[in-house]
Design a protein around this ligand. Structure first.
Ligand code: FES
Length: 69
């Protein structure tokens, strides 16, 4: 597992947040929040379809940016 930032943003795109997972990750790294709050503040998943939430959680965990609620 690497904590290095990735140059190319080939991460999944969350339509409801109008942001890629990497953009959401960068917001989370700048201002860390528990996962449920992250979904409302850094991402639009909380008021969106929610279909990418599990995938986003795995992505944040893989980048050591997941904070338990
Ligand atoms: S695509 Fe991410 S919450 Fe809808």
């Amino acid at each position: 597992m690497s904590a290095e930032p990735q140059e190319a943003d080939d991460s999944p795109y969350c339509c409801c947040s109008a942001a890629t997972f990497q953009e959401i990750l960068e917001r989370q790294q700048a201002s860390p929040l528990p996962f449920m709050e992250l979904l409302m503040v850094h991402a639009g998943c909380g008021s969106g379809c929610g279909s990418c939430i599990n995938e986003l959680e795995q992505y944040l965990r893989a980048n050591s940016a997941y904070i338990e609620d």
